[in-house]
Design a protein around this ligand. Structure first.
Ligand code: GLV
Length: 318
């Protein structure tokens, strides 16, 4: 019988699927599992179901000599040293697909929030300050006829592009390779170089995975290329953006605003961002719907069960 260790709270339907593979132990608290507890539990674990807040590195793997699979309950897997896992014959899986719509919805929501100054408006009302409607109060930017530039045209990028099209935006994208012709035609999206994307887009959205190649992709030089009336949206991973450079650009009018779901040193947020009205800040909520989190837990569980049964994972990370 296999033993599965779940390093944090996940929805029950995921746990139920895991129980079909054997004995399941899970850390049932919202605060991170202490390393000594984790290591003790990993000692005889065949599978680990992990969250994006876990660091799966050599220390984790050293504690888990029997491990066959790390099933991350997230589409991003930058928290996992995949090469170290593979070197020890440990499979790695993620949960693509099931969180595409929720994350694209959040990218659209952040775009609307920052361009229409909704956070600022909310803060004004809640501050109790007197206000009355006036012609020039809190004017934002409309999206119709504006250009969305998507960096990383995977499933989430495409889903955001489709939403933006419904709001009257046109789409360009930057990706390692062109998406298929049918998708390009459906989204009327054009592949461009990163510089052109930065220089010509009204909204730049980050939808790429985080890796050494995308670390600080949006740095001072990239922000300098952007127009002063343009916005950055990040629903991918915080360190894709140089947060200190972003604060400077937002403060000095280098760009108009930013909508951020993720942060460079999460859960810490650059103190400069907290003071800026043109930054909309939400706490990594991209996949945070009841339905999506359940679907992620079920998919991660299926991945673990398949590997434990000696079958190929549904979503292996290569
Ligand atoms: C969330 O950030 C995920 O990668 O699933």
């Amino acid at each position: 019988m296999s033993r599965v260790v779940v390093t944090g709270r996940i929805p029950d339907d995921g746990l139920e699927i895991l129980r079909t593979a054997g004995e399941v132990w899970s850390w049932e608290h919202d605060e991170p599992i202490p390393v000594d507890v984790r290591n003790e539990q990993l000692a005889d674990a065949d599978a680990a179901v992990t969250l994006l807040t876990d660091r799966v590195d050599d220390a984790f793997l050293d504690a888990a000599p029997r491990l066959k699979v790390v099933a991350n309950v997230a589409v991003g897997y930058n928290n996992i040293d995949v090469a170290a896992c593979h070197a020890r014959g440990v499979a790695v899986t993620n949960t693509p697909g099931v969180l595409t719509d929720a994350t694209a919805d959040l990218a659209m929501a952040l775009t609307l929030m920052v361009t229409r100054r909704l956070g600022e408006g909310e803060r004004l009302i809640r501050s109790g300050q007197p206000w009355k409607w006036s012609m020039f109060m809190m004017l934002g930017a409309g999206l119709q006829g504006r250009q969305l530039g998507i960096v990383g045209m995977g499933a989430i990028g495409e889903a955001f592009a489709a939403r933006a099209r419904a709001f009257g935006m046109r789409v360009v994208y930057h990706n390692r390779r062109a998406v298929d012709a049918e998708t390009e035609a459906r989204l009327d999206a054009r592949l461009v170089g990163l510089h052109e994307l930065l220089e010509t887009s009204d909204v730049v959205s980050l939808n790429c995975p985080y890796s050494d190649a995308t670390h600080h992709l949006v740095d001072e030089a990239a922000l300098d290329r952007m127009r002063p009336d343009a916005y950055v949206i990040n629903t991918a991973r915080g360190p894709i953006v140089d947060e200190a450079a972003l604060v400077e650009a937002l403060r000095d009018g280098g760009i108009a605003g930013a909508g951020l779901d993720v942060f460079e040193h999460e859960p810490d947020v650059h103190p400069g961002l907290l003071e800026l009205d043109n930054a909309v800040l939400v706490p990594h909520l991209g996949s945070a719907t009841v339905e999506t989190r359940s679907a992620m837990a079920r998919l991660a569980a299926r991945n673990a069960v398949e590997v434990l049964a000696g079958r190929p994972a549904v979503n292996p990370v290569a």
